[in-house]
Design a protein around this ligand. Structure first.
Ligand code: NDP
Length: 301
């Protein structure tokens, strides 16, 4: 058999859509079991304020995903001009509702509402987005376990483990340090015993750090910033970036690309996630999983 030259190399594509579907089937089976055994199903409240098209489409996707696995969704659609105190009252009602095991407030909220204040009102036991400072704080501390892990970071680790990629002892580079992706994914990798470097917008020579990485998690929101030549041969590349770039050949006028130059990276990496179809579907699957886990803590005593 002819040996393959570097130009023939093709990374294994990590199919996030298929992995997410498997996870959703597992969740559906567990929900059925809870229903048969305890006569109860998990409940997720999805709160949306206003009529932003992107938020509406994310919310309807999440509600549909709930219905598919048997999670009861509690829909709260509030007008754009709802006051902060009325919104907080609604959150308190959901906190007190025993059939609601998870509460998600779709971001961004209108400018007159303080997001941080609203999110901090969500009961820690129902914080399925995992954004509560106490949940993030516990993630950062040795020997502590947060009640919920943020969905996208949790999805990244799940993609690695379900693809048979071990993290322990590996050099991992996270590009981005946001509260919702970069920072928590770095903390999760650290908990999983990787040696972690975080690259951000003020880092000098990001490519130098990335070239050393066995695992790259790209979450910068910079279209195709990471070139193939930056990737260590055989590395695992998880591309969280979801960036719309102009594309006149599409009816919509745009297409989605990641933070990694996918075609270049495919020739070097060992594994890579596509955009779309990589991390995105996992985020919703992890939301369902968090809701199930929250419900099990209450229902299965
Ligand atoms: P933010 O804009 O909040 O954070 C971006 C981070 O990247 C910041 O820490 C920033 O650094 C860093 N950064 C920006 N430019 C560079 C650069 N040139 N080099 C190195 N680091 C850089 O974005 P999010 O974390 O919310 O999202 C990141 C990406 O992931 C986006 O494309 C978003 O759409 C996508 N996303 C996808 C999800 C999914 O489910 N697939 C879910 C959530 C996000 P600094 O801190 O110095 O400003």
């Amino acid at each position: 058999m002819a040996s393959s030259s570097p130009s023939d190399h093709k990374a294994t594509i990590i199919d996030g859509k298929a992995i997410a579907q498997t996870i959703r089937s597992e969740i559906a089976a567990e929900v059925r079991h809870l229903s048969e055994q305890y006569g109860k199903v998990p409940g997720l409240a999805v709160v949306i304020v206003g009529t932003r098209k992107d938020s509406q489409s994310y919310v309807s996707m999440k509600r549909k995903a709930c219905a598919e696995v048997g999670i009861k969704s509690f829909d709260l659609d509030l007008p754009e001009d709802v006051s902060q105190s009325d919104l907080i009252c609604k959150v308190h009602e959901l906190n007190a509702n025993p059939d609601v095991h998870g509460i998600l407030v779709q971001l961004p909220l209108p400018k007159h509402i303080n997001e941080e204040k609203v999110l901090s009102e969500i009961s820690l036991e129902k914080d399925v987005d995992g954004f509560h400072p106490l949940n993030i704080g516990k993630l950062a501390m040795k020997g502590r376990d947060s009640l919920f892990l943020p969905c996208t970071p949790k999805g990244c680790l799940e993609l690695l483990s379900r693809s048979g990629i071990s993290v322990k002892g590996k050099n991992a580079v996270v590009v981005g340090r946001s509260n919702i992706v970069g920072l928590p994914v770095a903390l999760l990798l650290l908990k999983a015993d990787a040696t972690v470097t975080i690259v951000h917008s003020r880092s000098s020579e990001p490519e130098k750090a990335i070239r050393e990485a066995d695992i790259v998690i790209a979450a910068a929101g910079q279209p195709m910033m990471i070139k193939g030549s930056w990737i260590k041969p055989g590395a695992a590349v998880i591309d969280v970036g979801t960036n719309a770039v102009d594309d006149r050949s599409r009816k919509s006028g745009y297409r989605l690309v990641g933070d990694v130059d996918f075609h270049e990276a495919c020739k070097v990496a060992g594994w890579i996630t596509p955009v779309p179809g990589g991390v995105g579907p996992m985020t919703v699957a992890m939301l369902l999983k968090n809701t199930l886990e929250g419900a099990k803590r209450i229902i299965v005593q």
